[in-house]
Design a protein. Sequence first.
Length: 135
Amino acid sequence: RVLCAVHIVSTSLRKRKMDKASRTTTEILAAQGFDISSHRLKYVGEIISGSGLIIATDTLTLARTQAEFPKFSERCFLARHLAYNKHEDIYGPYAESRRNSNEQNLTERIGYEHMLKEIKSVSRRIVVSILRDYL
């Protein structure tokens, strides 16, 4: 099989225009050498028809995406199911599950740092998994 192109787009289920990353996320990534100050999220409805794979970070987002776009639900997957050795969803610092866990005393910044580290790790694992399937 041939893998023609991979494009990664960060999306939102909110239809508001110009959604951007939080100030905390922007600061954390800037400290790591990434400038995302001009980055804007796209509404998932704008790009879903041309997407071969839609990856949700958590169960609620997956369910909402599949409910809002049932025609494309077979293309929607949970990140932890595509990344080997990942057993939990990826949540932001304000998620109910994070508040009720042993991480409940995290500051906003530590919560975002944890979330971004998880996203980076899971993204790598997903890419390796996809490439392994295609090569």
